[in-house]
Design a protein around this ligand. Structure first.
Ligand code: I85
Length: 361
């Protein structure tokens, strides 16, 4: 690297401190890492393998992305946010030809504790306070993103991983394949604020609100072991289920919910509001008593670990239902798509907008 004077090129951590911009390494990844064949999972834009950092012997996770704009966006958003304790950390990025394709090879810290609900099921004992602690971790990650005007939009149990298998393990969020930078509402010009409907101010509230709906669903499952909305008879997303989601029809049935605190139920109600405008914002969650004072939440044993174990065979259906519901929200809650089409193809609207802009000057 000729740009660095004198001594050895700075390592990744140094570069991180020096510049906010991500510069992928160009030399072959195999100089630094041994890539193992074990697949840890498959994400939105690429698969994840295990690898070993030669210099330290550390186990790490490698995500292989095709070098296309969509992957660049994923990497950029992950990079900008990954210094947070509850977001999976990036260790190295390479720009290599891999298996004949121009690829981005993303090395992450290895989350050895695996997925959220696998661990809860494995542990066999789980309390309401434990659930509050987990929801707090998720909310801290989401708050970090939302405060940077980034919506994750694929917040589901498979993307929440534990650092290790110790009692002090941290939970971290991963996969920025659907993440999106949302425009701040403040700079939107040309409107008289008194009359402006929230959706006109831009997609911000809507894009970020799907993350809050996700937190609501995950909290519900943590507390009882089954989702708030599910289709009868195991069909992945039925018309009946869609209708229940749209109308916000869910209950807190006995006996699973009998001993769950009213604060927990109150939080879920704020998160599962059908109208995204009425739904809690991330700061409402962090300020909520059940989260802010999570150490005072009762240590009531929950039915969820047993139910997750008993219902293990339907878990893939639950995951599919959640993925599908999120996909629907990503499309439905983006009013800009609709707006830009109608505006760009409507000369009358365009002229009126111009006139209005002139008049307000
Ligand atoms: N470690 N969604 C489901 C995994 N460490 N995993 C997924 N998108 C990603 C896989 C499919 C998430 O961006 C994913 C992504 C990144 C990871 C990831 C990152 C870091 C892991 C798709 C493990 C794991 C689990 C159990 C044991 C171990 C590792 O998945 C091991 F033993 F290797 F330590």
């Amino acid at each position: 690297m000729s740009t660095y004077k004198g001594s050895a090129p700075p390592d990744f951590a140094q570069r991180l401190a020096q510049s906010k911009q991500l510069i992928p390494k160009k030399h072959p990844i195999t100089n630094d890492y041994t890539i193992l064949t074990k697949t840890l999972g498959v994400g939105v834009n690429g698969k994840v393998l295990e690898c070993i950092h030669k210099a330290s012997g550390d186990r790490r996770a490698l995500k292989i992305l095709r070098d296309v704009p969509k992957s660049r966006r994923e990497l950029d958003l992950h990079w900008r946010t990954c210094s947070h304790a509850n977001i999976v950390n990036l260790k190295d990025v390479y720009e290599n030809i891999f298996m004949g394709h121009r690829s981005l090879l993303v090395v992450m810290e290895c989350m050895e504790g695996g997925e959220l609900f696998d661990r809860i099921q494995r542990n066999g004992h789980f309390t309401e306070r434990g659930a509050a602690e987990i929801v707090r971790y998720i909310s801290l990650a989401v708050a970090h993103l939302h405060h940077m005007n980034i919506a994750h939009r694929d917040l589901k149990p498979e993307n929440l991983l534990f650092t290790d298998n110790t009692p002090g393990a941290l939970l971290k969020l991963t996969d920025f394949g659907f993440a999106k930078e949302v425009k701040g509402t403040l700079q939107t010009p040309c409107y008289t604020p008194y009359y402006v409907a929230p959706e006109v101010l831009g997609p911000e509230a809507y894009d970020t609100s799907c993350d809050l709906w996700s937190i609501g669903v995950i909290t519900y499952i943590l507390l009882c072991g089954f989702p708030p909305f599910y289709s009868a008879g195991g069909a992945p997303i039925s018309p009946g289920m869609k209708k229940r989601i749209r109308q916000g029809q869910y209950t807190f049935p006995d006996p699973e919910w009998t001993n769950v605190s009213k604060e927990a139920k109150e939080l879920i109600k704020g998160l599962l509001k059908t109208n995204p405008g009425e739904r809690f914002k991330i700061d409402d969650v962090l300020k909520h008593r059940w989260i802010a004072c999570y150490q005072k939440v009762p240590e009531t044993p929950l039915a969820s670990c047993q139910i997750l174990l008993d219902e293990a065979e339907v878990w893939p259906d639950v995951q599919e239902e959640m993925s599908h519901a999120l996909a629907t929200m990503r499309v439905a809650e983006d009013p800009t798509k609709i707006k830009t089409i109608s505006e760009s193809k409507n000369p009358l609207l365009a002229r009126r907008a111009k006139k209005k802009a002139k008049a307000t000057k």
